[in-house]
Design a protein around this ligand. Structure first.
Ligand code: SAH
Length: 251
């Protein structure tokens, strides 16, 4: 084989003047790869600390905690907020909307009691973070978002990160996703004034729904809706929460 001066990767040796510029470009690329690896390791350490805190707060389901450790939350927040991505608080994502507090994401996920192969509907895609956490459980995720640009960017982000089991639709979640129903679980991540009848209807027998209900400008109750095998529906009030309002009409 001819000696081209090539080896490969970040330890290449370069001979001759005509290769010098290329060598510089490669060196810079290697430096930035090393930097990216370091940043991703730092994010992983912070993410582990975040999940340890969530576990200390009482979330104990192993699959949920594993999913929370796997999803790179910093990829779901605007660049200017990356440094705060692993704090246990919501963050702005544009259009007056927020990515939810990680503890609440984990708590709601755990309550859904999903098993691989099940199907879940999310209302309020936002950044796509909650959808990614659900996708890590090996379930099929349908998610709807009322703001077109948020639906589009979340769809792109989820695809780029390899979440092929999530489908995003620009739609008003009050009506659910009738063609994909029934769902084993429904999760609403915006505060509703009432439980939308279509969502109860689209819940499978034995299914569970989590939805914050109450005053859209104050504190709401996180409600668990359970549909039994006979189709009987029961509701239980689990936790006081504060979500952005569930809106009407596509934007
Ligand atoms: N689950 C999201 C955060 C949700 S914030 C995440 O992980 O990032 C609530 C989201 O619900 C916002 O993006 C808001 O635009 C959306 N929303 C509000 N009303 C809606 C409706 N009727 N149908 C669908 N989405 C709605």
């Amino acid at each position: 084989m001819a000696d081209t001066g090539w080896t490969s990767g970040c330890s290449s040796h370069w001979r001759g003047r005509r290769h010098r510029n290329l060598a510089l470009v490669l060196a810079l690329a290697c430096a930035s790869t090393a930097q990216a690896q370091q940043a991703s390791e730092q994010y992983r350490v912070r993410r582990d600390a975040m999940v340890d805190l969530i576990a200390a707060y009482g979330v104990s389901d192993a699959a949920t905690l594993r999913a929370m450790r796997a999803v790179p939350r910093h990829e779901f927040v605007p660049a200017g907020h990356r440094e705060r991505a692993y704090g246990d608080h919501p963050l702005p994502i544009g259009y007056g909307q927020t990515i939810s507090q990680p503890y609440i994401v984990a708590y709601m996920t755990e309550q859904l009691q999903m098993r691989p192969g099940m199907k879940v509907l999310e209302v309020g895609t936002g950044s796509g973070y909650q959808a990614a956490v659900l996708a890590e459980l090996g379930v099929e995720v349908r998610t709807v978002e009322i703001f077109g640009p948020l639906a589009a960017s979340a769809g792109d982000r989820l695809e780029r990160l390899g979440y092929s089991n999530v489908t995003v639709r620009h739609a008003d979640g009050h009506f659910g996703w009738p063609e994909a129903a029934p769902f084993d679980a429904v999760i609403v991540t915006a505060a509703a004034g009432f439980i939308p009848p279509a969502l109860v209807q689209q819940l499978a027998p034995g299914g569970r729904m989590m939805i914050p209900v109450g005053s859209v400008y104050g504190v709401q109750s996180l409600i668990l809706v359970e549909k039994d095998a006979e189709g009987e529906v029961r509701t239980r009030n689990l936790l006081p929460v504060r979500f952005v309002p569930m809106l009407e009409g596509l934007r």
